[in-house]
Ligand binder design. Structure first.
Ligand SMILES: [Zn+2]
Length: 408
């Protein structure tokens, strides 16, 4: 183990001479050897997931811990064939969406009703006249998704349970039903304004240097799951709906302030004034969740400094990203692999794809003692096995891969 929280990285780093059978020859995809290993892993584990772990898949209906995570996986797979989505597969996906029994308590894509509703809306639209009678029309489902706005002001701002997780669901729906504006702009703008207003309020209240500040459970979290990096990243993905002045005078300076909170090592604290030190390198807390934000800021503001920080996050993840906690998307190695895939998409440099593949390889081979924290939900997308399966699927299409439920 190297320091707290991570195993020493046993992989040789990327060099331009052929090595390790990890990448293919043009270095824009994975090698046949690794491809085979990953395919076997995926087939075996998916089999276990849908048989032995079936009960755990249905422990709840959410994307984060429950059956909608598997629905999301099948939906992405069906849509990957852009010209002709596989209708039978989409129909079968409905088995994993329990939209009749939604609780109406939480608003977000990951842990609330918005995830299952947004996925069902997209499936209903794609099936068109082929949908079964038990599945409502996509417009009706879109309406139900919009009605969740009634709990907006009682929700926190963060991604996992809150408003920015709802915003993601709205963007997701419109993205996959293009040209129809199922969710009208005014609705999306209302959500954005609510997030920005509470950011301004807390900043004023705390007399902060950052023009926007958000908290969750009385703490200003900085990372992707509960904190500022996640909220800002979803806002940047929604930037076409944000007024130019809000973007320049509030969002951008908030990002700059946030990036200024970096440790010397290049990693990020999990919360403001955190005393736990430079410990966590995982999507939910620490550098991995900041890669998406920095790359989106680089795209939005065309400033190289953001790309530079994203690259530095990549170095931190390469050194310290083989988490001892395990393989999960949320706080483990598969989530960290996605940071490399995003860097690869932005730069097209094979080093990032190579590093993603090494982390994938780590996730695909059972090594005793590498998952020191047994997940509470061993089948789930964000804590369990499905996260690794998602990565195994995505890494075969590195340019199109998306961190599920976070990147559009
Ligand atoms: Zn986590």
């Amino acid at each position: 183990m190297s320091g707290q929280g991570s195993f020493e990285n046993p992989y040789e780093d990327y060099t331009s001479t052929p090595q390790n059978n990890i990448l293919n020859d043009p270095r824009n995809g994975i090698s046949d050897v690794l491809q085979k290993k990953i395919s076997n892993f995926k087939a075996t584990k998916l089999q276990i997931l849908t048989t032995k772990l079936q009960r755990d898949v249905f422990c709840d209906g959410t994307v984060y811990t429950g059956s909608a995570g598997l629905a999301l996986y099948y939906t992405y797979n069906s849509l990957a064939n852009k010209n002709e989505p596989c209708h039978d597969a989409l129909q079968a996906t409905l088995e994993y969406l329990d939209i009749l029994n939604l609780k109406g308590r939480r608003i977000s894509f990951l842990c609330g009703d918005a995830g299952p509703l947004a996925i069902a809306t997209v499936i209903s639209y794609k099936l068109g006249t082929r949908r079964s009678n038990s599945l409502p029309d996509y417009k009706e489902l879109g309406q139900r998704l919009m009605q969740l706005i009634s709990i907006l002001e009682d929700s926190p701002d963060e991604v996992l349970y809150g408003k920015s997780g709802y915003l993601f669901a709205l963007l997701f729906t419109n993205k996959h039903i293009s040209g129809k504006e199922v969710i009208p702009s005014y609705h999306i703008e209302k959500v954005i304004n609510s997030i920005i207003s509470s950011g301004k309020r807390l900043s004023l209240h705390m007399k902060a240097d950052s023009p926007l500040l958000w908290q969750w459970h009385d703490k200003v979290y900085l990372g992707a799951a509960h904190g500022m990096a996640g909220i800002l990243y979803v806002l940047l993905q929604a930037r076409n709906y944000i007024k130019g002045n809000d973007l320049r005078a509030f969002v951008k300076p908030t990002i700059d302030w946030l990036l200024g909170s970096r440790f010397q090592t290049g990693n990020f604290p999990s919360s403001l004034g955190s005393s736990s030190g430079d410990r966590l390198v995982q999507w939910c807390h620490g550098a991995p969740g900041f890669v998406s934000l920095c790359l989106a800021a680089y795209q939005a503001f065309d400033d190289e400094k953001y790309l530079k920080i994203a690259n530095q996050c990549g170095e931190v993840i390469w050194q310290r990203g083989l988490c001892t906690k395990g393989y999960s998307l949320c706080h483990g190695v598969s989530g960290n692999a996605y940071a490399f895939l995003q860097l690869y998409q932005a730069t097209k440099k094979p080093i990032h794809l190579y590093r993603a593949c090494c982390f994938m390889e780590w996730c695909a081979v059972e090594r005793p003692g590498t998952e020191l924290h047994r997940p509470d939900r061993p089948a789930s997308l964000f804590e369990g096995l499905l996260g690794r399966i998602f990565l195994a699927e995505d890494i075969t299409r590195p340019i199109d891969s998306k961190f599920p439920a976070f990147c559009l």
